[in-house]
Design a binder for this molecule. Sequence first.
Ligand SMILES: [Zn+2]
Length: 251
Amino acid sequence: MSFFNSIGRSMTRAPRSGKRSTTPTSATFSPTESNYNSNPPSPVVSSPSKPLYLCSPFVEAALVKGSLKTIVLLPKYVDIMEWVAVNIFDFYTNLNEFYGCVAECCTQSTCPTMSAGPTLNFTWINQDRKSVNLAAPTYVDYVMTWVQNLLDDENVFPTKSGQDFAPSFPSTVKHVYRQLLRVFAHLYHAHYPQILHLRSEPHFNSLFAHFLAFGREYELLEMKDLKGSSSAPVGIGELWSRWRDMGILEG
Ligand SMILES: [Zn+2]
């Protein structure tokens, strides 16, 4: 069933008994599952301009092997709105923790713009509908505060029995998805060395691949947002193709 056509056909929801994690966590981590940890070779850089996250062995580093399709499919008897809501909560929480780990390196001086590629800086639309440049830490703070407020809003993410999701829920989460994608894009583009330093690349890759697979399954992710334009490509757009070729992503 399409997520965007499911409003109104959704069954009355059972109360959510706390949000649960659907993203692979450290509990699923085994050193032998990480190419990087089990066999630490030197990075093979085929092009001097190629970002490290697209280079072996980092691009292959993951917590889980194989396609992520099975973990994004709607489980039996679970309401599709509830499934999307709990996954959004999970992606936000995990991404926020990753950002927290590198936040001390993401400052007004190191990241004066919300960069996501050699020629790409995301701009923020302010209250006057004007597009403004923000330093990355400010931009990320705005995104995370905005998403947190939505998650806390019972009218947007209802948690009580008998309260249904609003008809605007699919379009709201699509906006959320686009902004979270930008935070992923900045972290990969500007802070990958710090992620490598923490040896977190298998975790971060798995989180992002899960985010991409889920976004495609429920039509929350636009390929044009992922790839960018030819004059200002999004750095992580290439990751999609690489992981699809590796069988991690489908479609
Ligand atoms: Zn930064």
